[in-house]
Design a protein around this ligand. Sequence first.
Ligand SMILES: [Ca+2]
Ligand SMILES: [Ca+2]
Length: 568
Amino acid sequence: MYKNSHLKPFFIIGLCHLLFQVNSFGQPKWSESKIFEKKLISVIQSRYIDTRGVPSHDQFLKKNGLFPLNKKTELIPYFKVSVSIDDVLGRDQNFNSRKSAKLLNPEFFVETTTTHNSPFVSLPIWDGRVYEDKDSLIVGGYSAKFNERPVGLIDSYGNFAKSLSGPKMKEFSILQIPSEQIIFDPFEWRLFRLDPSNGKTIKNSSKSFLPVAIFDKQGNCIKNIEFNIEQNTANSALILYGIIGDKKVEIAKCNLTNPLIAERLTGYQPALIEGCIQPAHGKVITFTLEGQYSENISVNEAGLCLNCNVSESTTGKAPKFNRVKIDGDFSDWQNIVGVSDPEGDYLNYLFKNPDTDLLEFKVTNDEKYLYIYSRVAGAHGRTGKNGRYYWYAYIDVDANPFTGYPPTRDDNCYYGISTGDDAEVQFEFVGNKFVKTFFGFAGAGAEKEALDGSLKLGSSYYSSKAMDGSKRDRYKIEYVNRENIRHITHDNTEGTSKDIVMALSPDGSEVEVRVEMAGFLKDKSGKSIMFRGRKIDIAVGTEGSSDHLGSDKWGADSSPVIYSYKVK
Ligand SMILES: [Ca+2]
Ligand SMILES: [Ca+2]
């Protein structure tokens, strides 16, 4: 998936006094040490100057023994379809469905696998993040006991220095890594652990879902391409087409008569009430089938390249209004660009739960509704008998980090993203049952003000109680709208908000949520906090217990933020 132009790097500016309010560790006051005239990040980048005198990521890789040699890249096309259990014949592992069988939710993705050699290997660190505080780069570490706390800093050489000592240190898994092995990539804004490769070949792989990037002969990414998956008339093949202007080009195909099955998964069947649907009620087998590229495609360094000439007509079609149908068929999302999140970005203090591991997040809207999409590695809402699962869209409606609640892992909230979260769209599953969709709001007030409709945007907290147990009057409230009446709701309370509906894909890996913009709260003058033309920052998050996977820990993840999404 290519990059969304709305994206800013994953850090925050000017949020740190909020972090300090909740920091009772007696940390050094970073903000008092004003050393650098130049921004610290530029100082670190300038240590990696190439022969043209320009800071370069390649230089960073070379100086740290990470520059890839003997690099090989393989891009394998896959199709994924679900088939009702009743339509799958026999008990063998073959893709042997009835001729009349409906192929549910056909999908396409490319798996990119690279191998290379280098003296060192870099492993991503998920248990912390780097953020700016005035002239300093702070490393926030994550832990079960203290949630997120500043545990160190990145100095002007780009090195990590611990700022925490004593018994608290052992609570933070990032501090169990020797300091000299922690490396900050100032170009990609990521923390890595550096290990010797000992001569071993290094292998990485990742998946790209639709819309995938396709390049022209000159190496430019083709912008006005639309994708469409079709079944041929004899039902013997699935074909991915790219439509560019009035030209339809076959990109990849998968034979269905005797396909190569890469994965075969049995679906799950959550109990559903009004507000959530799932095709075939999840009673499906989901097949991942290896495909082949058509002769129009060649694979090179850049990725997938179109061999035939396409004249990108600039007059082309006007951009479509993305109207999404909440039906569990996700073809209406396949041409919407979103943001991707790494697979396997597990935190050490949480359980490695694939059902909460986000892979993609997208947002769109029409005149009445916001539509929100996410994909996880496992299945949304899957729990065991006694488990719980929550999904959130975190919305910073005024793009102001000082309203809403701050993006730390404090207050027992699992996410750590750079927004002030004012309003949320959520859903809840308990014991493998869909319980409700609902709204969250965190502003200047609490339940009474929400019921009166007189809440204002303002600084707030996730929990009604502070960490010392005292009660707060500004905290996140949760509500549902039913028959034009707003009701406060709580965990485990069944009953969905009528203006938020959702659908799961047959295998549960994808979810589409439609929320009526009128359902968000209004300010005192009666104006909704969500309106067309407003620019919002938005991300999604998941959290779920893992009893069905044999653990009493929870799993959680959050997506990158889409900044400045303009409600069209
Ligand atoms: Ca749909
Ligand atoms: Ca993830």
